[in-house]
Design a protein around this ligand. Structure first.
Ligand SMILES: [Zn+2]
Ligand SMILES: [Zn+2]
Ligand SMILES: [Zn+2]
Ligand SMILES: [Zn+2]
Length: 235
C-alpha cells in the first residue's frame, strides 16, 4: 500500500517484506528492524498499534498535517466565517478551522475539510449499500476534489488534504478486503477499487501517491497473507 519503503533504511520493499508483529511496520529484514527498534521504534510501536497499525497511523498523520497546512493557508480568507455544512466556525470534533480554495466568492463555500470528507464518504457508502454501480461511483467521486457549490476543483493544499481524506477511506475499504470479508463483499470492494484506478489517474495523475496507493492495494490483494513473515519485537 502506501508504505512501500523500509521504515529503517527507506529502501523499496519486496512484496512479501516482513513486518513488525505488533504494529505492522514493514522492513527489509531483521537487521533493519533491530536498527529501527533501537532508534526509537521501541517507544512508538505501541502507539502506532493503538492508532490502527502502521498504514492507518501514517494515513491519519498525513491527513492531520495536510488539514493543518490547508487551514493555515486559508486563514486570512476564512476569518469570521462559518462552515456551510455544519454551520460552526470550529469543527465540533477535530477543532479544525475552515478552508476555501475553489471559485466560491463572498460568504459562500467556507467549510471544514472533515465536513467535506464526511459528505464524500456518505455518497460513496450510498453507492456501495444500494449497489448503484460504477457510473454512480464515477459521478460521485468528484466530491473528493470538486466543490459542490461552484463545481470547480479545489486547488493546492485543500485538494491535497482531501486527497488524504480519500486515501483514509480507501484504506478502510482495503482493510475490509484483507480481513473477515465474505467472497461477495471482497469482490465488490475489489470492483470499487478497480473503478477508482482510472479516475484517480485522470484526476490526480499516474504519479500521485493516491493513484499509486490504489493500484498498490489491488496488487496486494494477490499476496497470500501466510507468505508475510511476522517479526517478533526484539527485546
Ligand atoms: Zn531496510
Ligand atoms: Zn512495531
Ligand atoms: Zn463543518
Ligand atoms: Zn466552491
Amino acid at each position: 500500500m502506501i508504505l512501500t519503503n523500509c521504515a529503517a533504511c527507506a529502501a523499496p520493499l519486496a512484496h512479501d517484506a516482513p513486518r513488525c508483529v505488533r504494529c505492522q511496520t514493514r522492513y527489509c529484514n531483521k537487521t533493519c528492524q533491530h536498527d529501527h527498534w533501537r532508534r526509537g521504534h521501541k517507544q512508538m510501536c505501541k502507539k502506532i498499534h493503538r492508532g490502527g497499525n502502521a498504514e492507518q497511523y501514517n494515513a491519519d498523520k498525513k491527513y492531520k498535517e495536510a488539514v493543518a497546512v490547508a487551514v493555515e493557508a486559508c486563514a486570512d480568507d476564512t476569518k469570521g466565517q462559518t462552515c456551510y455544512i455544519c454551520t460552526q466556525a470550529l469543527h465540533w470534533k477535530t477543532k479544525e478551522g475552515l478552508v476555501r480554495m475553489c471559485a466560491c466568492r463572498g460568504t459562500a463555500g467556507f467549510a471544514h475539510v472533515s465536513c467535506l470528507a464526511e459528505q464524500a464518504k456518505i455518497l460513496m457508502d450510498e453507492v456501495k449499500e444500494n449497489n448503484l454501480g460504477p457510473e454512480a461511483l464515477q459521478a460521485r467521486w468528484v466530491r473528493w476534489h470538486t466543490c459542490s457549490l461552484c463545481e470547480q476543483q479545489y486547488h493546492g493544499v485543500v485538494k491535497c488534504a482531501l486527497g488524504w481524506a480519500c486515501w483514509r477511506w480507501i484504506y478502510a475499504m482495503a482493510l475490509y478486503m484483507d480481513t473477515g470479508a465474505t467472497p461477495g463483499d471482497l469482490r465488490e470492494a475489489v470492483t470499487t477499487l478497480e473503478d477508482l484506478v482510472p479516475i484517480a489517474r485522470r484526476v490526480f495523475g499516474g504519479a500521485h501517491p493516491l493513484t499509486v496507493s490504489i493500484a498498490g492495494c489491488l496488487r496486494n490483494r494477490e499476496s497470500v497473507r501466510g507468505r508475510i513473515k511476522p517479526l517478533p519485537s526484539p527485546r
